[in-house]
Design a binder for this molecule. Structure first.
Ligand code: XIL
Length: 385
């Protein structure tokens, strides 16, 4: 971040010197517009407070989406791979690693002096098939240790922060009975963090989850942080996914997340921020029903804005982002990063989840890569309390 900022400063100094030598109106106009253009971006606006990042997809990593890449390198100082470092892609078969895309991802971050995030080492979703079939704890231990060690070591000193374990808790704060839990036992999280710390002692190690606004689930996560700390196991922070909508969670609930995580002595990162503007199937059917919402596919009630977002909702989205970022600014001393889950609306995973084929508008850049009203309200915020 600092190097990047230094470059901006050099550019400004360069133009200033040119201007002093033979200043014309045109030259001074270009100073003003150049300054506005390069300095007023998301990451530079919040640079003294926290990193501002985006999850990037494979097209962007491989250079097939130059417009996304431009936004990523000008607006953000941190990146997370949306899918490319997940187990099913990195190690699809036992001990067969495929680092092609991941290497390019890391190189993109290095080339742009970014805070590079690794997502995610141990997660029950998007796991390789072979891992689902392991029935033996020694074998499971060996595969997890090998995976963590191989992947973290490869990017030692390059990937700055790892989502070490993702989504290990049930909604009631108990541990999810994943293949890891079933084969390695209830101390598996501690073990995985130790392996990660050994492979790269300088990387930040994060526990990451969703629905952290729910008190019981959060209590489970806080117990984990305290347990790891009391065992002497390194844990650097809690990642809060932040897949939220226009009304939920409330600002009070979000503030409580920040306060509670800070109270156990680690910073919070908002790792996957996006705000859905579409009806939630959970509200329509209640919480107990299975999460297969294919019955809603093609239902116009669940996809109310297929041809564009009405102004009234655009304004609600802008206000929601403004309120959330105000809270982030207020608690800047407890927050280390805010990462959006995607760059622009068209490529957001929320067009296909939890119901396939909808048109959602959850990010700060629209379907044509243009900044939305929400982008401006976030940039207009004061960064002092
Ligand atoms: C999502 C990706 O955005 C999708 O492209 C993919 O099909 C499924 O996973 N929590 C996480 C992320 O930790 O890895 C998920 O990403 C979204 C939910």
């Amino acid at each position: 971040m600092n190097n990047k900022f230094k470059n901006i400063t050099y550019v400004t100094v360069f133009y200033t010197v040119i201007c002093l030598i033979g200043c014309s109106n045109i030259a001074s106009t270009s100073i003003a517009s150049n300054d506005t253009l390069v300095s007023d971006t998301l990451y530079s606006h919040f640079k003294e407070l926290f990193h501002v990042g985006a999850a990037i997809n494979e097209e962007t990593i491989l250079g097939y989406d130059s417009q996304s890449e431009k936004i990523v390198t000008t607006e953000f100082n941190s990146i997370t791979p949306e899918n490319s470092l997940k187990w099913m892609f990195i190690q699809p078969k036992p001990n067969e690693f495929n680092f092609l895309v991941a290497d390019k991802y890391v190189q993109l971050g290095l080339d742009n002096n970014m805070h590079i995030v690794g997502h995610a080492l141990v997660w029950h979703s998007q796991l390789a098939d072979f891992m689902q079939d392991i029935q033996n704890s020694a074998e499971m231990n060996a595969h997890v240790q090998n995976h963590v060690n191989t992947v973290v070591s490869r990017y030692k000193g390059k990937i700055n922060a790892w989502d070490v374990v993702n989504e290990a808790f049930n909604e009631d704060g108990s541990l999810r009975e994943s293949v890891f839990y079933n084969q390695m036992g209830e101390n598996y999280i501690d073990q995985v963090f130790r392996w990660a710390a050994k492979a790269d002692p300088d990387a930040d190690l994060i526990y990451n989850d969703y629905n952290v606004y729910k008190p019981l689930k959060r209590a489970g996560i806080l117990r984990l942080v305290e347990k790891l700390k009391s065992n002497g196991t390194k844990i650097s922070g809690v990642g809060v996914q932040a897949h939220w909508d226009l009304n939920s969670p409330s600002l009070k609930e979000i503030e409580q997340i920040i306060l509670d995580i800070a109270s156990v002595g680690v910073p919070v990162s908002f790792t996957e921020l996006d705000i859905s503007v579409l009806p939630s199937p959970w509200e329509m059917v209640g919480a107990e029903v299975s999460q297969n919402f294919s019955i809603f596919e093609g239902d116009p009630k669940m996809n109310p804005y297929p041809n564009g977002l009405p102004d009234v909702i655009q304004n609600q989205l802008a206000k929601r982002y403004e309120d959330i970022f105000k809270l982030f600014v207020k608690h800047k001393d407890k927050i280390s990063r805010v990462t959006f889950w995607g760059v622009m609306d068209k490529h957001s995973w929320l067009n296909d989840w939890p119901i396939k084929g909808r048109t959602n508008y959850p990010l700060l850049f629209d379907r044509n890569y243009q900044p939305k009203k929400a982008y401006q309200t976030v940039l207009d915020l004061s960064t002092t309390d």
